[in-house]
Design a protein around this ligand. Structure first.
Ligand code: CP
Ligand code: NVA
Length: 305
């Protein structure tokens, strides 16, 4: 049976930890895995821009002995030039896996249903599971554990990145607090799923609107852009609403001396985070970016080997 990675929930806790251990091993010795996916091709479908996702999948599959095929938004025009079903049925005849970044989450669900090869979600409007894998791998490396003695606080918009952090924390047993303005809370179904998953692993998943209150005792403070890709027309309006949610020195000081600062990037410096914080010694944003490569290589290895 082929497997997909559309959500962090597609992996059990044990599988996530196992993939982190593989990722750490790959990071230590790149050449050890240089033929692991020899001759396999991963198609990269992008309907939105990308730096990290594109680079890490492209380089990652090559480091495993395979090839990548980049398909830009103009080339496929999913669902317009050709149906998702027909794209899936064509690609499965020629490549061994598909990474897709798109808008509606249903598109990756449909692609996974129709294609008889592994599908990896490289970001939808709902979820960004590869990001959460890299983020929790980073926390694992920095804090040496993943359990409910840790508290990750996400401050900002209740978006795709927030959703995947909630799912990953819940699966791993790490407490996750989300702090958003009213009206920008996480998706209700994601929230309920995460609370239910967390109840099984001992992770507390909660939403606290006051950011100062939320970040108390945080081991990591995480933020993301206030307007995600596709929401550009709301940028000015959101800047006003989210201003009290900026991660600045004042907010970092309300946590601990060794609280990590995290961001999926790209960052809008001066909006959701100040230069002072993102450039501080507590900031691990480029470790997270690097870990996209290692975490995703481990995911590809688990699905395509
Ligand atoms: N964090 C992230 O997914 O970056 P890109 O949008 O550049 O891929
Ligand atoms: N929430 C952001 C994440 C970018 C990596 C977006 O969807 O644009």
């Amino acid at each position: 049976m082929k497997r997909d990675f559309l959500s962090v929930r597609d992996f059990t806790r044990e599988e996530i930890i196992e993939s982190f251990d593989i990722a750490i091993d790959m990071k230590k010795d790149r050449m050890k895995y240089s033929e692991a996916l020899k001759g396999q091709t991963l198609a990269l479908i992008f309907e939105k821009p990308s730096l990290r996702t594109r680079t890490s999948f492209d380089v990652g599959i090559q480091q495993l002995g395979g090839y990548s095929l980049y398909l830009s938004p103009n080339e496929i025009s999913l669902g317009k030039r050709e149906s998702v079903h027909d794209v899936a049925k064509n690609l499965e005849r020629m490549v061994q896996g598909i990474m897709i970044r798109t808008f509606a989450h249903q598109i990756v669900e449909d692609m996974a249903k129709y294609a008889n090869i592994p599908i990896i979600n490289g970001l939808t409007d709902l979820l960004h599971p590869c990001q959460a894998m890299a983020d929790f791998l980073t926390i694992y490396e920095k804090k040496g554990k993943l359990d409910n003695s840790l508290k990750v606080v996400y401050v900002g918009d209740g978006n795709n990145v927030a959703h995947s952090l909630m799912y990953a924390g819940a699966r791993l047993g790490v407490n996750v607090t989300i702090s958003t303005p009213r009206g920008f809370e996480p998706n209700l179904i994601v929230w309920q799923n995460a609370v239910a998953d967390g109840a099984k692993t001992g992770a507390k998943i909660e939403v606290i609107h006051d950011p100062m209150e939320a970040v108390k005792n945080a081991d990591a403070i995480y933020t993301d852009v206030w307007a995600s890709m596709g929401q550009e027309s709301e940028t000015d309006k959101r800047k006003q609403i989210f201003k009290p949610y900026q991660v600045n020195a004042n907010l970092m000081n309300a946590a601990k001396a060794d609280t990590l600062f995290m961001h999926c990037l790209p960052a809008h410096r001066g909006d959701e985070v100040t230069d002072e914080v993102i450039d501080s010694p507590n900031s691990v944003v480029f470790d997270e970016a690097e870990n996209r490569l290692h975490a995703q290589k481990a995911v590809m290895y688990k699905l395509m080997k």
